[in-house]
Design a binder for this molecule. Structure first.
Ligand code: FAD
Length: 470
């Protein structure tokens, strides 16, 4: 009998759970990492994001065997994730297979596995497919959404930290527009259409702008019977301005652009709870909303087994060579790392550039660090920050206290984002999509390919999931 079928038959009984355990253990026993033994030093990298990829690129395969682990088999370009969620880009445009990226690299081994824990005494890490020893370990596993302990938000709001998150949100939004057509209750329709973004950092601001454009240019043509003045877009933040990591000038400009586009901005506003229908603010005010997007911050994901004293506020403390303080052979780069320097006393900002620059630095200097040579400390070159709000509207803080807004900043934003995409294919896909969006005022990826049903959402279950059956 097919093993999976057998499990379905038996689920629900004691025999079933022992059989299920047996099947899992049986299949685990068949898995093996199959990383060849080597006489070279083995460098293991955890995470194929901005930092990990840069490190692998610069590690010399003549000197090191390089093993990369990532939960996914692709690398994603997070700065454009919100465009996947708002139907501007397809997921494939912002992601590329990690194997393709390194198919020319010698003695390189990729395994699409989550690293579950690290045994720092035995220099070994654990995965579902077995253990692997390392001579050097580079931790580049990034960050996860930080809900600041707000359980209701964690349960009901949409995070925007991965491609599955973006596809879930896209389905939710398009399903909401379809549901709005299916109800005659105007108050319910307004609730279904209302979107609340919590967190007015770059992700919140860019997503709010993209939604406002969708509401202005695209949705009225698709749904001529709906009055889109009922679709409210709220952008909330606990601080006193949008884009807090950017300059006050950039923040004020972005605020003006968003307001002009009809986004309702509430700063100094803290969220209390959300139950899938109503957002309660700490002030006591309530906002009826079917879709809440959480973009209020991230925190590091400290791997199990790492001594707690290595971490501070969810990040691993490193010296200026990216080496974890307290370890000889474990390094941390990117979002997970806190390298406190005079210029960055709290560690570098959680951005793509520090991660890439740390990865490049470490990859290039690994041999010298191994030999115990004196290696110049890492120095971050800040290339500036950008955020876009919509067509022809962006803000840029560039080195030398240069600030731009409007169309010039938008062109810089377009150019920078295209140039940092991982492959030529991604650049081309994004460019073609953007040209299409620009000239047609359309966002063509409005597809419910994999319906999303939030736990307890009986209507979505009935309307969208049951469509898929039979
Ligand atoms: C929506 C969004 C928008 C952003 N916009 C911008 C922007 O406009 N500009 C900017 O500079 N920065 C932006 N950032 C921040 C930037 O993307 C991060 O600072 C950067 O990705 C950090 O790089 P990293 O290598 O540390 O981590 P990541 O690039 O996040 O890579 C971490 C990798 O580790 C993998 N991983 C995690 N845990 C494990 C595990 N246990 N085992 C195996 N693999 C694991 C993940 O799958 C992932 O591939 C944005 C981030 C997000 C989420």
């Amino acid at each position: 009998m097919d093993r999976q079928v057998a499990v379905y038959f038996l689920v629900g009984t004691n025999t079933a759970s022992s059989y299920l355990n047996f099947c899992i253990m049986d299949s685990m026993q068949q898995l093996s990492l199959n990383v060849p033994d080597t006489v070279k030093l083995r460098v293991v990298v955890i995470g194929g994001g901005f930092g990990g990829v840069a490190a692998v690129k610069h590690l010399d395969s003549r000197l090191f065997q390089v093993v990369l682990f990532d939960k996914h088999n692709y690398n994603s370009f997070w700065p454009l994730l919100y465009q996947v969620a708002t139907a501007g880009l397809q997921a494939e445009a912002i992601a590329g297979p990690l194997r393709r990226e390194f198919n020319q690299k010698k003695d390189f081994h990729f395994r699409p596995l989550k690293v579950q824990s690290v045994d720092v005494q035995a220099n070994t890490l654990h995965t579902q497919a077995g253990d692997l020893s390392y001579d050097y370990l580079i931790i580049a596993n990034g960050s996860k959404s930080n809900y600041f302990g707000n359980k209701s938000m964690q349960q009901y709001a949409f995070g925007l930290k991965s491609i599955p998150d973006a596809l879930n949100l896209r389905s939710q939004l398009i399903q909401a527009f379809e549901r709005a057509v299916l109800t005659s209750d105007l108050a319910e329709r307004a609730r279904i259409l209302t979107i609340v973004l919590v967190g007015a950092g770059p992700t919140g601001v860019e997503t709010a702008g993209a939604l406002a454009e969708l509401r202005k240019y695209v949705l009225p043509k698709d749904y001529p019977t709906i009055d889109f003045s009922q679709m409210k877009i709220y952008l909330l933040d606990g601080l006193d301005r949008v884009l807090p990591p950017m300059s006050v000038k950039a923040s004020e400009k972005a605020h003006r652009y968003l307001e002009k586009m009809g986004v309702i901005i509430r700063t100094n506003t803290l969220v209390d709870s959300y139950d899938g229908a109503v957002v309660k603010l700490k002030s006591g005010e309530e906002i009826q909303s079917y879709s809440v997007i959480w973009s209020a911050g991230v925190t590091g994901d400290i791997l199990q087994g790492l001594p707690p004293e290595w971490a501070e506020k969810g990040r691993l403390l490193t010296d200026e060579n990216c080496r974890i303080i307290g370890s000889k052979n474990i390094f941390a780069i990117g979002d997970i790392a806190a390298m406190k320097t005079t210029a960055y006393p709290k560690g570098h900002p959680g951005l793509a550039q520090p991660a890439m620059q740390m990865g490049t630095y470490l990859g290039k200097n690994m041999q010298a660090l191994h030999l115990g040579e004196n290696v110049k400390p890492f120095k971050y070159f800040d290339k500036g920050s950008l955020a876009t709000v919509g067509r022809g509207k962006a803000v840029a803080d560039l080195p030398g206290k240069l600030h731009f807004g409007g169309r010039i900043a938008w062109y810089i934003w377009l150019f920078v984002h295209i140039s940092f995409l991982i492959s030529f294919r991604n650049k081309l896909l994004v460019f073609v999509n953007w040209m299409w969006n620009y000239f047609t005022f359309d966002k063509a990826n409005r597809l419910i390919i994999r319906p999303y049903v939030r736990k307890g959402d009986a209507v979505a279950q009935e309307v969208f999931l049951e469509n898929e059956e039979g």
